[in-house]
Structures are given as C-alpha cells and as structure tokens.
Design a protein around this ligand. Structure first.
Ligand SMILES: [Zn+2]
Length: 292
C-alpha cells in the first residue's frame, strides 16, 4: 500500500496532529544503504520524523535533521520537503548490537550521546538552524525535546520501525501531536494521557492502520487538513554530480583521469552510483580549461 501522511487539527481541542505510514520508505532506505536492523530503526525513525517536521515547508524548501551522536552508528542525516519527499543516510549502516530488551532494537545505544540539529532552508541567504542535546538517542524523544526547547512548541512524538528476522522492514510509521498556545492544563493532561496510552505505532501499522486510523486512537474529534503520498526520493542528478566534479578543479580531475581512468561518485543520500567514463572526464577537463 502507498505510504501517506495526514495533517489534521482538533475540532474542539487546540491541537495539531500529523500521522504517517512509512514502511515502504524505510524498506527503500534499507535496500539502498544495506542497513542492519538497528541502523534501519534509527534511520527509519529519523526519516519518519523528517516527513512530519517538513509539513510546514513550502515548495522546494528543504528541512534537514542531523543527529550527531557518539555511538557506533555515527551521523544520521535526513532531508525532507513539504511534498512528502524524503531521503537520508546513516554513516555506519552495518552496525550490529545485541538487544538490551527482548524484541527491542538498542537504538539509543547505537546513536549515543550528542546533538540534534534541524535546519530549514527557506530559500533565504542563511537557513534557519536550531539545535538541542540528545535526550536518549531514541529519536522520538529527542525530536520532541528539540521542538519544545528550540521552537517552543510542546510536542509529543511516537515513531516506530518493525524489522523482520530476515532484516526486511515489516512496518513503520509515526504520529506527532502539538498543543497550541491557548490549550488549558486539563486539555494538555487529557492529550498527554491519550498519547501515552497509544499502542506501539509499528504494531498499529502492521495491523493495517492507516494514518487517520492512528489519529482516531487519540479519541478526539479532528478535521483533516491535508493528505499526501510520501516517498523516498533523492535530488541528485548526473548534472549535479558533474558540477561537484568540476568544482574539484583541473589538477584534481587530471589526477583522477590519470590514476583511475574514470570517476565513480556515490550519492551519500541515496546510494546511487554515477560513473563518468574516460571520455566524459576528458570532455569536462577540456571545458574547464577553457574557462580557467
Ligand atoms: Zn542521491
């Protein structure tokens, strides 16, 4: 089934809700990067969070989440836009760690301690950048803490990725609930209770819950604002890779041509390999020399 995202608001409660199913996206990331189960879970949760945070982004504007922990996974980087396109990678995708609790992947340990950065490229000269320390490395808590600490939005997030024993992704999804400024204490308490009593998101998606079914579990009246499909999609093109090669300069390109005979460039975000043949490289050099 196609993965999609639902954006909603409470009819009687001042609350904003986003829910998304992301099984196909996390499986695509696993296939492209060869992620181990714990890496799939960490990257999958971050991809899912990226989609939910990016709902406020317009057009081609890009939101980037960087999780820089000191655990074995290394950096996790995800970018997403408001049209449901997301991509991302984890620095060390083949990390295997023993489970600390039965049936639970040790994401917090694999991520470690460190910082979370969110930047929003709104087409202005300098992007907006916010950051906070990682709370647990479990991603959902970290992103919720970031939203509260850095953007002053009280938020609750749940993210889930269920990995099969053969390492395929069985289910993935997320929900984010944000209380708006004018909510009273009683409402906050009610929402917080309903949120904490939700069953695991990955379990719900596995049982066939759609995003709006997950929202229904909060047991409040809501109105859907937006529904759109989401997908793993990268912005890389051979043209962009060519620009990167050209930016290396004449000397570097001549070295590559002499030593390798061709250039092979892999996109970090999606794992796509771009090959530039001897002839293509020679042509690039010729063009470059003309302009220098
Ligand atoms: Zn790419």
């Amino acid at each position: 089934m196609q993965n999609y995202l639902v954006r909603a608001v409470g009819k009687n409660d001042p609350v904003r809700i986003v829910a998304v199913t992301s099984t196909g996206i996390v499986e695509e990331a696993r296939r492209r990067h060869g992620t181990s189960p714990v890496a799939s879970a960490a990257l999958g949760r971050t991809l899912t969070a990226g989609l939910m945070l990016a709902t406020e982004m317009k057009g081609e504007d890009l939101l980037t989440i960087r999780i820089l922990g000191d655990g074995p996974l290394g950096a996790i980087v995800v970018t997403a836009d408001g049209k449901g396109r997301v991509r991302g990678y984890v620095q060390n995708p083949s990390v295997y760690l023993p489970s600390e609790k039965k049936g639970k992947l040790p994401v917090g340990t694999a991520v470690g301690k460190g910082m979370l950065y969110v930047s929003k490229d709104l087409g202005l000269k300098t992007p907006f950048v916010g950051s906070c320390e990682l709370v647990s490395g479990e991603i959902a808590e970290d992103v919720a803490y970031y939203l509260y600490h850095s953007e002053q939005i009280p938020s609750a997030l749940a993210l889930g990725v269920l990995v099969e024993t053969d390492e395929h992704i069985r289910s993935a999804g997320g929900i984010m609930v944000q209380v708006l400024g004018d909510a009273d204490e009683e409402t906050k308490e009610k929402l917080s209770q309903r949120f904490t009593s939700l069953q695991a998101i990955s379990g719900m998606v596995d049982q066939g819950y759609k995003p709006e079914d997950i929202i229904k579990e909060l047991k409040i009246d809501f109105e859907i604002l937006d529904i759109y499909p989401v997908a793993f999609e990268c912005r890389c093109t051979k043209q962009k890779v060519e620009e990167t090669l050209v930016s290396l300069g004449v000397k570097e390109l001549e070295d590559i041509l002499a030593k390798e005979g061709q250039a092979e460039v892999r996109c970090h975000f999606c794992g796509e390999n771009y090959i530039f043949t001897r002839e293509e490289l020679a042509n690039l050099l010729k063009e470059l020399k003309k302009t220098e």
